[in-house]
Write a protein that binds this ligand. Sequence first.
Ligand SMILES: Cc1ncc(COP(=O)(O)O)c(C=O)c1O
Length: 413
Amino acid sequence: MSKLALFGGEPVRRKPFVSWPVFDGREEQLAMEVLRSGQWWRYTMGEAVDASARDTAAPPSKVAEFQQKFAAAQGCKYGIACVNGTAALEVALRAMGVGSGDEVVVPPYTFIATASAPMLIGATPVFCDIDIETFNLDPQRLEAAITPRTKVIVPVHFAGLPADMDSIIRVAARHGIPVLEDAAHSHGGHWNGRPMGSIGIAGTFSFQASKNMTAGEGGMITTNDAELAGICESLVWVGRKVGRPWYEHHRLGWNYRLTEFQAAVLLAQLERLESQTRLRAVNAEYLTAKLAGIPGIVPVRTPQYGTGRAWHVFMLRFIEAEFGIDRERFLKALTAEGVPCSSGYAHPLYRNPLFAEPGLALDYTRFADLCPSSERACHEAVWLEHRLLLGEHSDMDDIAGAMRKIYENRKEL
Ligand SMILES: Cc1ncc(COP(=O)(O)O)c(C=O)c1O
């Protein structure tokens, strides 16, 4: 009889892990307040930049409250809520003056939005490889990706691990290029003690269902720059201008507003963020220690500057030659042992059909040679969702125990 659950053996774990989203009566209470108030959308513009703009005759807006509280939690004066993280990137880039003919440097190991947001406003994403040890943009390769057309650099704090912002900002400053943080994975995270989203000129967040706080969908731009905040708010409000008539449109904008229902749910989620972030970090550290010594299992390391890593995904590299089986078999065996897992991105962004479309400003096939670490990351990565880190130490024991069991019985595979 096989020991491995994949072949009929007893799985390490039969109990489910913590499910996501986590919610309770608080989300219900705040959402019901919105329902009963009849104010289902926020109709006062200007509150993102100037709290005194609030229409005092109207009930307080949950969006305005959430913008203010979330921005403060991320170390910023201003927060501009919008429909999702893609829109947040698009709006922030346009507010920074990015448009047709400009280039935006992005990593290729990320969700499509980091690269598609510049494209949506006519700009060209230029890929800069990642560091295989952190899965984040490699500052050593940044210089080579910069051209006279580069308008913005967008590092992603991938999986919640801060990018090497010191080095990135040093290179960017040498060229006078602003840095926009894609912080879609970094709610509650810190870099060198500073909240993510407050380090570059602006940061963008996502509240989509998989993220560490969620209302199903949603997004936010954070910044300490009042002028930029004002432009972002105007763009989210179809180009209106604070203090000007409702039917006057000053810029080409979108209706990208968050609803009061989403803000209500997000306010409740925000109340839980700090304790959940701490719990994920404690469990991630415990799990990392438990995995030590299993050949071929290499958790993504936390550099010194990753002081308050947000842990959106527990990422590890699976080195087939050291473990002794291929990654796909390992993932199947781990799933059978009761540990949900995945291989993450199948290929770097530039290999998507979108980048082979005719008429693009760049030949994206060349990035396969320029980005060896991103190529390798797609072959080695194993992702464990952040919800797995919201349980007990015994849950971590099961995850590590399952991996060790597979290693010890790898000859069966
Ligand atoms: C790194 C990154 N940036 C941006 C986004 C876009 O966020 P949204 O899905 O809310 O549009 C995501 C979403 O998964 C992401 O992972």
